[in-house]
Design a protein around this ligand. Structure first.
Ligand code: RUB
Length: 307
């Protein structure tokens, strides 16, 4: 396997590279290198890319962004000559990365509209898309505060809190179990997504669905910031989103608790009825429009590539 593919795959698996958007861009870059460095015939090229695809996708099973990024490139290598296929792969990878960065900017702009001046925003984990909206609102001169959850077991909330504090945004870090307690002080919740299913369910960091429930109970708008490549084409053809379960050792050393079973699911699903809106680069939509987005973005390709 190409060394760059191996390296990126290992970094994604070990979460050195993490977050649905970042892993998608890193995988696109790795596939590009793999394509450009390939020596051999067209058939071998396809095999080589397929091997890279299967390996990269296996590293984090929940985030459809990873799969969508890779297929975005592979779909465009369906050409007659090796040189053309290599060029197309490189062009497609660059295009995916550029579009993904532009989408983040757009989401920031649209999302900021939903963050009122003087408001307190609650967020979970570390999402570039959610941060884009919060930072844009701040750049617009809005006085906002943020409550960020710690996000056990990896504590991605520390990254979020540090970014916000560095920008001069007042930020309070809380433990995940304090979400409902603090919800009465919150005006809007903004989180990211790893995957959005065709029925509008949002799959994001474990604990997101509890936050959505608490927001629903307190009548606090619950917003999801997600690029359209976070929508899952394969859910249209009946596949279920796999929830990644990682090593219990990430929570506690099992030897400290003999006889105790420890489980570590790292994502959960929030049903669409708890989601007020999904902020995409194409606009702010109801979660019930997920199927339309999937059809528009991936329609013609679904049967062929995501089967
Ligand atoms: C990260 C996480 C983020 C989404 C969206 O989980 O759940 O909320 O991936 O992130 P992990 P982004 O740390 O396990 O990868 O908006 O940056 O794509």
């Amino acid at each position: 396997m190409h060394p760059k593919v191996k390296e990126v795959g290992e970094k994604i698996r070990s979460m050195e590279i993490r977050g649905a958007g970042r892993i998608a861009r890193a995988a696109a870059e790795a596939i590009k290198m793999c394509a450009l460095d390939y020596q051999g015939d067209l058939e071998g090229f396809r095999e080589c890319l397929k091997e890279a695809k299967n390996y990269l996708i296996s590293t984090r099973p929940t985030a459809v962004s990873l799969k969508n990024a890779i297929y975005y490139i592979l779909m465009r290598t369906d050409v007659r000559s090796l040189e053309e296929a290599k060029r197309s792969a490189a062009r497609a990878a660059d295009e995916f990365i550029r579009n993904s960065e532009m989408a983040l900017e757009r989401i920031g702009k649209y999302g900021a509209e939903r963050i009122p001046d003087g408001s307190t925003v609650m967020t979970h984990c570390n999402s570039s898309a959610a941060l884009s909206a919060i930072l844009t609102a701040h750049d617009q001169g809005k006085k906002i505060e943020v409550i960020a959850t710690e996000t056990r077991p990896w504590r991605q909330g520390y990254i979020t809190a540090k970014v916000l504090a560095k920008e001069g945004i007042p930020v309070t870090l809380i433990v995940d179990s304090a979400v409902r307690h603090f919800m009465k002080e919150v005006d809007v919740v903004a989180v990211g997504a790893d995957t959005i299913a065709s029925n509008g369910a949002v799959i994001n960091k474990i604990g997101t669905s509890q936050m959505a429930l608490a927001a629903h109970e307190a009548r606090v708008p619950f917003l999801v910031m997600a690029e359209t490549y976070k929508f899952s084409p394969e859910t249209v053809i009946g596949k279920l989103v796999v929830i990644e379960e990682r090593s219990p050792k990430e929570i506690v050393d099992p030897e400290e608790l003999p006889g105790v079973r420890i489980r570590n699911p790292v994502f959960d699903a929030t049903p669409p009825e708890y989601v007020d809106a999904i902020v995409t680069e194409k606009g702010v939509i109801s979660p019930y429009l997920a199927y339309e987005i999937i059809k528009e973005e991936f329609g013609a390709w679904i049967e062929r590539w995501w089967k």
